[in-house]
Design a protein around this ligand. Structure first.
Ligand code: GLP
Length: 260
């Protein structure tokens, strides 16, 4: 794991955006795995700025989102399809037909999940997967106890996740407690992974992910097995780590090496 600790969420977004921009510049037809939630929002703003400035183009990119709520139509305000349209897709030059988000209204969800996996395979896999982390260590909507070998499927959300995400829903609005999510093995097959975490409320999950045992109790800990995973943190999210100085020293050395 490459562990990058930065001062604040703006720096995390800038660093993350640079990594994803470099990926697209190197491979303009990159297959991107995308995430929703608060964590990637500033990164998406920076990507929008880079596209507007002509530094990068998503016109040949294909995207697959991690997850979607069961029971929400794509045009529902709180659907993850709507989130992506609003925060990224409608603001950049990606072709909408190249963007994929699981269908929350699928009549045969099992078949839809199998087709989602097939579509990823048809595009030769995900080049670069962006992730956030839940306060309980989930990635996508793979809650604690999810199989570390899981594929795209329906998951029941924990009450903590339902409560954490309640801020996006009006008090009188239906909030789903089921979601479709890429599986942990699906995520792990991505060639490169970048996880962003900011804020003190993520510190315990970040510690379990980086310094705890690999365990289904903290699904994000599986990233310890990934050959190319970068974890980008602000100091608050890194607050419970024990080996911070070591990670900072390794990162300084890595940057010196890359600058050569
Ligand atoms: C949500 C999403 C995840 C996201 C996580 C953290 O429930 N399903 O993909 O990474 O929880 O969300 P946030 O970035 O808003 O803290």
């Amino acid at each position: 794991m490459r562990i990058v600790i930065l001062n604040n969420s703006d720096d995390v977004a800038a660093y993350g955006a640079q990594l994803i921009i470099r990926q697209i510049q190197t491979k303009p037809d990159s297959v991107l795995g995308l995430a929703t939630g608060s964590s990637p929002m500033k990164l998406y703003d920076k990507l929008v700025e880079a596209v507007a400035a002509g530094d990068v183009s998503l016109s040949q990119c294909v995207s697959f989102n991690l997850d979607e709520y069961v029971g929400l139509a794509p045009d529902h305000d709180q659907s993850y399809r709507s989130f992506m349209q609003k925060h990224l897709f409608e603001r950049v030059d990606i072709r909408i037909e190249n963007t994929h988000v699981p269908d929350g209204l699928a009549l045969d969800p099992e078949d839809m999940c199998a087709q989602y996996e097939q579509a990823i395979r048809d595009h030769h896999g995900i080049d670069f997967q962006l992730l956030g982390i839940g306060a309980n260590g989930h990635i996508g909507f793979n809650e604690p106890s999810s199989s570390l070998r899981s594929r795209t499927r329906i998951k029941t959300l924990t009450m903590q996740t339902v409560e954490d995400n309640a801020r996006f829903f009006r008090a009188d609005e239906f909030q789903p407690e089921l979601a479709i999510t890429m599986g942990i093995e699906t995520i792990m097959e991505s060639r490169q992974i970048m996880l962003l975490a900011t804020g003190e409320h993520k510190a315990a999950a970040v510690k379990a992910m980086i310094e705890g045992p690999v365990s289904a109790s903290c699904p994000a800990s599986i990233l310890q097995f990934h050959p190319k995973a970068t974890i980008v943190l602000d100091t608050a999210a890194a607050g419970q780590l024990e080996n911070t100085q070591f990670y900072q020293r390794v990162e300084q050395e890595a940057q010196k090496f890359e600058a050569k």
